[in-house]
Design a protein around this ligand. Structure first.
Ligand code: PMP
Length: 415
């Protein structure tokens, strides 16, 4: 599979050699690292990507969930273009940032107020900054196998580049481990930061009991519950929290909400967000040259008002649920030790038959199978993540899914 990939991608190979000389690892985004080298994309439109070697792919990755709208949706392109034509480095407040804030606050009832960043990473850093400041406490509960951005990555331990916080690591979907942390550290815990579904960690859903239990523990101990909905906010108009019926104190957002352009946001309770309001005695600053950049703000307004209706979000969610079920049927029918987990339009293919309920269930998976599956998808014109992530966009149809499942069905017979 690898040899035929290399033979079919000479341009990508050349560009990767060139990239490695000036970019460590040959990229500027570690998640795009692929051995021996990644495809190099030339252009994108609708649901398709074209690479430099002349191959066309159905994009089933959707920029790791930021591409929910597919490529270059007309209303978003028009809005961003119009914004740029009126000037883009204003160094001033403008109208679309207010409109986008209004739209987001309307969609997420737990957000009284919101501020924008350039990434989900920054959104989480700011949420933790305000949570520790607001509570006057220092410790933050996070979960093994969690991911909150390039500098907020947790395997068994925080990664070496994780921003320094006084972390308390607990196990995802294990409420007892969190109860024990509160029993030990109680009044020192400022916040619990959690993904309602661990995304980068393999699309492992948090159970409703676990997430509701976190709400109660935070209430009992005066800690803030922070939902990282950077990935899960697409589950419904009001994100995973709407489906779960759990109201966090703070929420972080990112990915698709600016129509696929650069974006991040954090928001929540008015009394917490007031720490950024000088008129209310707030002493926290949150600056950033590009926080209210005109292209993202305009694109976000267009995405939320002209494209992403609640019905459309429900549709792509349901299509993803059907795909995940059928993937698992296909793996079982082929006798392959593989499975897919996830929620709605987000799923991850694993090199184990499962069931997968926690990160521990993935410890012994066969990564070679995942690699072969990745190259099988590429060879047949489907782009997914090397690690197995699939994130449907609204451009993907039921026919696309049927055809992809035929390709999945032929896995193992022709590689
Ligand atoms: N939180 C979660 C749950 C994410 O999935 C990601 C990105 N994959 C981030 C935060 C970081 O967002 P960004 O890449 O925009 O910094």
């Amino acid at each position: 599979a690898r040899a035929s990939f290399v033979a079919a991608h000479p341009e990508a190979a050349t560009w990767s050699d060139r990239a490695r000389r000036v970019q460590p690892g040959g990229n500027t985004r570690s998640v795009l690292h692929v051995d021996p080298f990644p495809i190099r994309v030339d252009r994108a439109e609708g649901k398709h990507l074209w690479d430099l070697d002349g191959h066309r792919y159905v994009d089933l990755l959707g920029n790791y969930t930021a591409g929910l709208l597919g490529h270059s949706p007309e209303p978003v392109l028009a809005a961003a273009r119009a914004a740029l034509e009126s000037g883009w480095s204003l160094g001033a407040v403008h109208e679309n940032e207010v409109r986008l804030a209004e739209l987001i606050v309307e969609r997420f009832p737990s957000l009284d107020q919101v501020r924008f960043t350039n990434s989900g990473t920054e959104a989480n850093m700011m949420a933790l900054a305000v949570a520790t400041h607001h509570t006057g406490r220092r410790k933050v509960v996070v979960f093994r196998n969690g991911y909150h951005g390039g500098v907020l990555t947790f395997g068994a331990e925080p990664s070496p580049v994780t921003v320094p916080h006084d972390w308390v690591l607990c196990d995802f979907n294990d409420l007892d481990s969190v109860s024990a942390a509160f029993a030990e550290h109680g009044v020192e815990i400022a916040a619990v930061l959690v993904e309602p579904m661990q995304g980068s960690g393999g699309c492992i859903p948090g159970t409703p009991a676990f997430l509701a239990g976190l709400r109660s523990l935070c209430d009992d101990h005066g800690a803030l519950l922070v939902f990282d909905e950077v990935m899960t906010s697409r589950f419904s108009t009001g994100g995973a929290q709407q489906l779960l019926g759990v109201q966090p104190d703070m929420t972080t957002l990112g990915k698709y909400l600016a129509g696929g352009l650069t974006f991040g946001a954090f928001g929540g309770r008015a009394d917490v967000m007031a720490n950024f309001d000088p008129a209310a005695g707030g002493t926290l600053a949150h600056a950033g040259t590009f926080n209210n950049n005109v292209a993202s703000m305009a694109a976000g307004v267009a995405a939320l008002t002209e494209v992403l209706s609640p019905e459309l979000l429900d549709e792509v969610h349901a299509r993803g649920e059907r795909l995940r079920v059928r993937l698992n049927e296909a793996f079982a029918a082929a006798g392959l030790p593989m499975c897919a987990t996830g929620v709605g339009s987000l799923m991850n293919v694993h090199g184990t038959a499962g069931p997968v309920g926690t990160a521990a269930d993935l410890a012994d998976q066969d990564d070679r199978l995942r690699e072969l599956f990745y190259f099988h998808c590429l060879a047949n014109g489907y782009y997914i993540a090397r690690r197995g992530l699939i994130a449907l966009s609204i451009e993907i149809t039921d026919d696309d899914i049927d055809q992809f499942l035929d390709v999945v069905g032929s896995f193992g017979t022709d590689d």
